[in-house]
Design a protein around this ligand. Structure first.
Ligand code: AAO
Length: 456
């Protein structure tokens, strides 16, 4: 008998960069829940400095949940509606620092502040004053002491070893948990001693998800492995290894045992093609790369290493430019239409990656393959593919010629539909016979099939 194969809801996140809470709630119901994403990562929800740049979100003025992305009530409503759609919410928690402002000011929700004074929250002695560098700014990432006690780009650095500071930050995280969030991205975790992070998050309820942002600097003293005790870690090596293969067309299997060099263990790793920092910096592939960017996401979603997070932001030509906003500064509500890779040319236009048919198809593919191991891959010219043992095959072609790839597989013989392309299935793209999948991969395209996409 044929029947539908078992599906296990995959652990896949989507980072919704600078998207307002009301829009995230709609997206959860319309696109993200139905596609099968299990969580969204929001931008920081706390009160911040006033300004048009996206990065004002990363300069907390207080820990009230009031921001240009929405009010406390809107945040709570989003968590509720996403939850009803089967989607957890993970909030970006900026707890390493407060603002980087030298002049006194008033925050988004009306709170007054100075560089080292946040009335009702933190005063001068709650901050590090490292005394190691000019202006107490981090100069040398080779110095653990500078990285963890001086200021990251002039941001007033909280002394997270102090019990009172830990308690206040803990109260903020508790407050977000009371609204139903499932966990936190810990922004700039590298800039807090691993013991401090462990102390702050260690008292949260069991099951609270912690995703530490620790950018791997291969020559630096502070490594992501130090933070795996308090949660998962964004593994920057993953994107750094993936992107060059799409540029060169030279693909190779990663170490298919459980260990990859310069990678945290698979069960601790959050992997991504790009994020809001790397698309403005080191990322080899971003939305600007159109098809190749989709292909990289397909290969990431097909992999058996780590927990993938897909990135959804907006087009920009100025790295500082914030998202489209109303005249009062509130970020404009926007939900996704039928955007597709490659036609993102207008600054401010949302990339809406969560709606791309190839992404949605691969989420279902991932649900079907489950924990089937990744098998050794096959290359031919600019194409590469592999199977997840007996459950699915995937192939990418970064070249200009169509390529037929022969992938050894334990899938049952027959014709299969491709789940990446939006086009209707004619069953001619993937044929399995005698333990080999013959996959016809068009130029700059990905093709994938799974147990459930077999033509009856
Ligand atoms: C803004 C202005 C500043 C101003 C400041 C205060 O731009 O001029 O001084 O306000 O008024 C974001 C923006 C910043 C913004 C800030 C505050 O990106 O531009 O500053 O908000 O509004 C380091 C940290 C890492 C951090 C990253 C940006 O370790 O945690 O810098 N990321 C997070 C957020 C980010 C946010 C903040 C933290 C602050 O995701 O959006 O900033 O809340 C090396 C190190 C890394 C280091 C990078 C960059 O990385 O290893 O630790 O990240 O350098 O300095 C190779 C190397 C790798 C290297 C990488 C760099 O691959 O292998 O080691 O290249 O691309």
């Amino acid at each position: 008998g044929q029947g539908e194969p078992e599906r296990a809801a995959p652990d896949v996140g989507i980072q919704l960069f600078q998207l307002p809470w009301v829009s995230i709630a709609d997206e959860c119901e319309q696109n993200i829940g139905p596609a099968g994403f299990s969580w969204v990562l929001t931008s920081p929800p706390q009160e911040h400095i006033v300004g048009d740049e996206w990065w004002v979100s990363y300069q907390p003025v207080s820990h009230q949940i009031e921001s240009r992305l929405g009010t406390r009530d809107e945040f709570a409503d989003m968590v509720q509606r996403c939850g009803d759609a089967g989607v957890d919410v993970i909030a970006d928690a900026v707890i390493n620092h407060m603002t980087g402002q030298d002049a006194p000011g008033v925050g988004w929700a009306g709170s007054s502040y100075e560089h080292y004074s946040y009335p009702g929250s933190f005063e001068f002695d709650d901050f590090h004053h490292c005394g190691l560098t000019p202006y107490d700014d981090i100069v040398d990432y080779g110095s653990r002491e500078q990285v963890q006690t001086c200021e990251l780009v002039n941001l007033a650095d909280l002394d997270t070893s102090a019990p009172a500071v830990r308690a206040r930050l803990g109260a903020y995280l508790d407050d977000l948990l009371s609204l139903g969030v499932a966990g936190f991205r810990i922004d700039a975790a590298k800039h807090m001693a691993a013991d401090d992070v462990a102390a702050i998050v260690g008292r949260l309820p069991e099951g609270t998800r912690i995703l530490n942002e620790v950018i791997r600097g291969p020559l630096e003293p502070i490594q992501p492995e130090e933070y795996t005790g308090s949660g998962e870690v964004f593994e920057f090596s993953y994107a750094r290894d993936l992107a060059p293969q799409f540029e060169s067309g030279l693909f190779s299997d990663p170490d298919l045992s459980d260990e990859r060099p310069m990678h945290v263990p698979a069960d601790r790793a959050i992997v991504f093609v790009d994020n809001h920092d790397t698309e403005r910096g080191e990322a080899g592939l971003t939305y600007r790369d159109g098809d190749l960017y989709l292909l990289a996401n397909v290969l990431m979603l097909a992999d058996d290493y780590g927990t993938p997070v897909v990135y959804s932001g907006y087009a920009f030509s100025d790295r500082d430019a914030g998202p489209p906003a109303e005249s009062d500064g509130t970020v404009t509500d926007s939900t996704c239409g039928a955007a597709s890779a490659g036609d993102l040319v207008t600054d401010g236009e949302r990339t809406c990656v969560q709606t791309w048919p190839g992404i949605v198809g691969m989420l279902d593919w991932r649900a079907v393959v489950g924990d089937a191991p990744r098998m050794p891959g096959v290359s031919a010219g600019d194409a590469y593919g592999f199977e997840r043992d007996g459950r699915g095959v995937v192939a990418v072609n970064v070249g200009d010629e169509e390529i037929v790839l022969e992938i050894p597989t334990a899938l049952p013989s027959g014709d299969y539909c491709d789940v990446v392309a939006a086009s209707a299935c004619d069953g001619a793209d993937i044929t399995v016979a005698d333990g080999v999948a013959s996959v016809t991969v068009p130029p700059r395209a990905a093709v994938a099939a799974h147990l459930g996409s077999r033509v009856p």
